[in-house]
Design a protein around this ligand. Structure first.
Ligand SMILES: [Mg+2]
Length: 203
């Protein structure tokens, strides 16, 4: 059994817009005048891969895209909107995390993120108070499901792979974690986090 939880963020602990859990960019065009399909194509499909592993900074990359598709919007403005609209904390998951930490189970966030959103998670959403650390792709230089990300996370916590349990809503990440010797559970809504921990974590 594992002894340390590695929790995915988006789709597990955080779930879309604060008001309704919908995708953060659902009304982006109405709200800011940024066409979300153009943003997906010009930014997420072509720039994000480098940003998320820390090889490119978010604001300048976003700025050069916005100059083409929505020149009236500054990159910081879009980032503020995005982070605000992608910040609904799933209360049940957070409650189960708190209970687990009270029982002495270490919890880290293991997440594909660039630096600015991690700061937002840490400070604005105050998640640094809820977990033992945040292990993220831009800091690692690798992303899930790359094997190097899992090696980085294990080393950062001082744990052996078999001590680690990943809970993640992306099947490829779950498979990759298992391949690296971790325990891993696909987060699909069929079990609560506390049920998973009861089953998989040594106390
Ligand atoms: Mg996820």
């Amino acid at each position: 059994m594992a002894k340390c939880l590695m929790l995915d963020v988006d789709g597990v602990l955080i779930d879309g817009r604060p008001t309704d859990g919908q995708r953060w960019d659902k009304e982006l065009e109405q709200d800011l005048g940024v066409p979300s399909e153009a943003l997906i194509n010009a930014f997420f499909k072509s720039q994000w891969a480098e940003i998320v592993v820390g090889r490119k900074d978010l604001l300048p990359a976003l700025g050069s895209v916005l100059e083409r598709i929505a020149p009236q919007v500054k990159p910081q403005e879009l980032v503020d909107y995005w982070f605000k609209m992608d910040s609904r904390i799933v209360d049940d998951v957070l409650a189960d995390c708190r209970a687990a930490r009270c029982q002495g189970i270490p919890i880290y966030l293991a997440t594909n993120q660039e630096h600015m959103r991690v700061e937002h998670l840490r400070r604005t959403l105050a998640l640094s108070e809820e977990v033992d650390g945040i292990l993220y792709s831009a800091q690692a230089g690798f992303r899930k499901p790359q094997a190097e990300f899992f090696a980085y996370a294990a080393q950062a916590t001082g744990c052996q792979p078999h001590d680690l349990l990943l809970v993640d809503d992306t099947v490829a990440n779950v498979k990759a974690a298992r391949h690296e010797g971790w325990e891993a559970v696909h987060w699909d809504g069929s079990e609560t986090l506390s049920m998973i921990l009861d089953r998989c974590i040594r106390r």
